[in-house]
Design a protein around this ligand. Sequence first.
Ligand SMILES: [Zn+2]
Length: 273
Amino acid sequence: MMALKLIKIIFFFLIITVITQVGGIIYFCTLFFDSSIKKYSAGKRIFYKTGIFLSLYLVATFTIIPILAEKNGRVPLPVNFGNLKPLTIWTCLLNRHYVKPELKILLEEVSESMNGQYPGTGISYLDANFPFFNGFPLLPHLSHEDGKKLDLAFYYYDDETGKGLDYKAPSPIGYGGFEGPKKGEQNMPEICQRKGFWQYGILGEIIPNWVFSSMKFDEKRTKKLIIELSRRKEIKKIFIEPHLRTRLGLNTGKVRFHGCHAVRHDDHIHIEI
Ligand SMILES: [Zn+2]
C-alpha cells in the first residue's frame, strides 16, 4: 500500500515537472498538509489536496517564481499586456513563457513596430523556456533550455471579410495547424517522413485543429514579422519550413532549415538570440 502510494507520488512529480518544471516541487509542498486532512473521507481528501495544490501553484506562478527567475537571468513574457501576448494562457499557467530579458525587450519593440504598421496587430507567442536551469529542456522542444529560444505564431486572416485575425491560429496551442507545401513546392515533411523521421509531422496527428474554414495564412504580415526579426542583430537564427521560406521570398541567411530531427515549422516561427 505504502509502495503504491510512493509510486503514485513519484509518477505525478515526474509528469508535472516535465510539463511545468516547478509543479513537482509545489506538489511536494502539498504533502505537508496530508496529516491535517487525514480525518476526511477519500473523496474530500482529493478535493482539498487539489485545492491546496492549485492555490500554492497559482500563488507561486504569479508571485514567487518570476522574482526567483529574474535572479536566474530569465523574465516572464507578458500575460496580457500591450501587443505581445500568449496565443493561449496555458503557456503562462504552465510556466513555459520565460526568456532572457534582451529577448523580451526585442519582442516588445518588434510587436510595437508591427502594431504601428498594421493597427491591431501584435505578436502571439507560443512555447518559450522554463524559469530555471540551463540544460532543462522544455519538451518537446529540446533546444528551448537556455532562455534564448522562442516560438511565435503565424498571422492569419478571415477569407470572407479579408480582415486580419489577431492572436488566433488554426490550432488551439499554435502547433499542428500546418500551412503545407503546395504543388511544386519543396516538400520537406514528405522527405523527412521518407527518411524515417516519424516525429516530424507528429503534432498534426495529435493536436486537433479548430474548424475555421475561412482562416487563411497571412503571408504579408508573417513575412513582415520575419523580416523585422531578422534585421535585429540579437537574432541569430529563424526556423521555418523551406517551402515557406521560398514562398515568402525570404533571402536572409538567418532564416534556415532546422533539420529532420526536429518537427515541422510550417505552423510556427522559431527564433533564437
Ligand atoms: Zn522552437
